[in-house]
Design a protein. Structure first.
Length: 224
């Protein structure tokens, strides 16, 4: 992973622990980690809703109001694509098992925050999350292309027939009126038929999910 800034959302109601975590991360690599500390469910969810630069969430279990498990469950349910590392104490392994089943990326024992395990786990989880997201996007793109090809197959056949007829008519007109003043109009027809044919061929050979914004939420295939 590059040395880019890492934005961490720490959800923890213990002010002293939050300060210690910041100190140890700062000691590991100065100014690399930016810790955003929130004490409860409302503050954490508001931060996630307003800040799309969060790279990872460090989540304590014992919190006022909703606990860390409930908050993590809601984050995942809302499809907020930020990996979560659960913070626990030695006697909380039953809780760890429960949250790992939920889909948490990893967990840390709180006593480990003073060791290199903390930053290494954070960086590893972020890197794995990025790779997983890339793989997911590739799979989505492949599926989208397959659907587009299936939808286009019938449409392209309907387009090819009139295009062939237009080409035949243009060829016939050129032969019939080789020196006529209308030859410029015939040329325009031929050029437009050829232009449409080139787009049809690109659609038939569609390999990349290359779309661009069109109107509101509608996107169009870029055939340039």
């Amino acid at each position: 992973m590059s040395n880019e800034k890492v934005n961490i959302l720490l959800v923890e109601d213990n002010k002293d622990f939050a300060k210690l975590l910041h100190v140890y991360l700062h000691r590991f690599e100065r100014d690399r980690f930016n810790v955003i500390w929130k004490e409860n469910y409302t503050e954490a969810m508001n931060e996630l809703a307003s800040n799309d630069s969060i790279d990872v969430v460090l989540m304590d279990y014992f919190l006022p109001g909703k606990n860390g498990f409930e908050i993590s469950k809601e984050i995942i349910k809302k499809h907020i694509r930020v990996p979560i590392i659960f913070l626990t104490v030695n006697k909380d392994f039953d809780v760890v098992l429960k949250v790992m089943k939920l889909g948490i990326a990893d967990y840390l024992v709180k006593e480990e925050i003073s060791s290199p395990i903390l930053p290494k786990t954070i960086l590893s989880v972020i890197e794995k999350s990025k790779i997983t997201e890339q793989i997911t996007q590739i799979e989505i793109s492949k599926q989208r292309i397959a659907v587009m090809k299936e939808m286009l197959s019938g449409v392209l056949k309907d387009i090819e027939l009139p295009l062939n007829e237009m080409k035949t008519i243009a060829d016939s007109l050129r032969k019939k009126y080789p020196d006529d003043s209308n030859k410029n109009y015939i040329k325009i027809i031929e050029e437009n038929v050829q232009r449409i044919w080139s787009k049809v061929e690109k659609l038939k050979d569609l390999k990349n999910d290359k779309t661009i914004p069109y109107i509101k939420d509608i996107r169009m295939i870029d055939l340039s």
